[in-house]
Design a protein around this ligand. Structure first.
Ligand code: SAM
Length: 393
């Protein structure tokens, strides 16, 4: 493909991504993968270049652009080499018309102004779109950080997590023996830290209420030395079904996956009432803390969706509180840095619950109300809010 044809390809892909964002369609990565499957003429360099253009344009637009072409023209406004490719050559974009609109640059949709945690200034919010590192969690069931480091000589110890390693950008860890044998798992350092903040221990009954495909479940199982009971729940069957192969690779046998029916979770968890040593609520959220990995989720978030998420988070925290045994621990986490999903949510829960807020066993991040926030600017991690409570004995 010529450089101009790559620009035209990025424009067409962006058009699909914009429609998908509006209609709750597939994620950008899925659409990019599909697009290239039907265009075998595109080589690996073309794919890399087109993907890079698409993601640069997405990162630059806080709100959905009017079209892929407007997004790419916006990008070209900051990049004369890119602007020169709007030359009308074969398979490339047509020249820019007099007065043709280009998308404005923005970090976040305007309606989110004033809704981030007060600890975040403009630079900290902009850092949510910086490039994410490739972090690995060492699976203590299979070995320690020294052994994993020896197996992956390009990896460095991660700065904050005692079980973290960091690989240079572009490393294909899934092709390594260390990954195939379950010695390491890809996981952001912030996620590692909040799994450790649960202080799950061998022999306990631990409940991962929003387990998804098991990212934190795997980390909790390792902390439990694969001893005890670990109930992994979710309402999304497809996500839960991605967990078993990960458990097998990691050598985890204590997990009991449990599919929940949204709104009827209480019935499905009645047998565990008042009995869990630890309940982790890694709640569904706006994902503002993971924009650096999924920048197009900014285009999917609406005030109505955010309000629904905040209500669901409160519901899940109340449910979790009923499952904790006297003396047990509840940990609430979101990969969001919006105050209403983080410190605001925690404050309201503390005001209505009999559980008592507790200091987190964590020094990374910054104190935010009764919890802590972690973020790319301050900690080099994805953005998280995390807080912890104890049920009185
Ligand atoms: C932030 S994700 C969890 C990520 C996961 N813990 C991990 O570490 O990979 C939130 C999860 O909550 C699930 N969820 C949504 N509503 C739920 C509900 N009512 N009960 C339990 N889980 C729910 C979603 O399907 C999603 O998988």
């Amino acid at each position: 493909m010529t450089p101009a044809a790559r620009v035209q390809a990025a424009i067409e892909l962006l058009d699909e991504i914009i429609v998908a964002a509006r209609t709750a369609g597939p994620a950008a990565d899925t659409l990019i993968g599909r697009w290239f499957k039907t265009r075998r003429y595109a080589g690996s360099k073309d794919r890399r270049a087109v993907r890079e253009l698409v993601y640069r344009a997405i990162r630059r637009s806080g709100t959905p652009p009017a079209s892929g072409r407007a997004a790419m023209l916006g990008l070209a406004g900051d990049d004369p080499d890119l602007a020169a490719l709007f030359d009308g050559s074969a398979h490339g974009p047509s020249p820019r018309q007099e007065g043709e609109a280009a998308s404005p640059a923005a970090v976040a949709p305007q309606w989110l102004d004033g809704r981030f945690d007060p600890l975040l200034d403009g630079d900290a919010i902009a850092a949510l779109l910086a490039r994410a590192p490739l972090d690995l969690r060492v699976n203590r069931l299979k070995g320690d950080r020294e052994q994993a480091g020896a197996a992956l000589p390009d990896a460095q110890p991660a700065p904050l997590s005692p079980i973290g390693l960091r690989l240079p950008e572009g490393w294909r860890v899934e092709e390594s023996d260390a990954w195939a044998t379950g010695l390491v798992e890809v996981q952001d350092e912030g996620s590692q830290l909040l799994s450790l903040a649960c202080e799950a221990a061998p022999g306990q009954l631990v409940l991962d209420l929003c387990a998804g495909a098991g990212g934190k479940t795997l980390a909790l199982a390792a902390e439990m030395a694969n001893q005890g009971r670990l109930i992994a729940c979710d309402t999304d069957r497809a996500r839960l079904s991605r967990m078993p192969p990960r458990l097998a690779r990691a050598g985890v046998t204590i997990v009991e996956p449990r599919l929940l029916d949204g709104g009827r979770e209480r019935e499905a968890l009645a047998d565990l009432r008042g009995s869990a040593d630890v309940v982790l609520v890694d709640a569904p959220c706006s994902g503002t803390g993971t924009w650096r990995r999924n920048p197009e989720t900014r285009w999917r978030l609406t005030p109505e969706r955010l309000a629904r998420l905040v209500t669901l988070q409160a519901h899940l925290m109340d449910l979790a509180a009923e499952l904790v045994r006297p003396g047990g621990t509840l940990v609430y986490a979101v990969c969001s840095l919006l105050a209403e999903e983080g410190r605001g949510q925690a404050e309201q829960f503390s005001a209505r619950s009999w559980l008592v807020p507790e200091t987190l066993p964590m020094t990374a991040g910054q104190v935010a109300g009764s919890g802590r926030i972690l973020g790319p600017a301050h900690d080099g991690t994805d953005g998280f809010f995390v807080a912890r409570w104890r049920a009185p004995c």
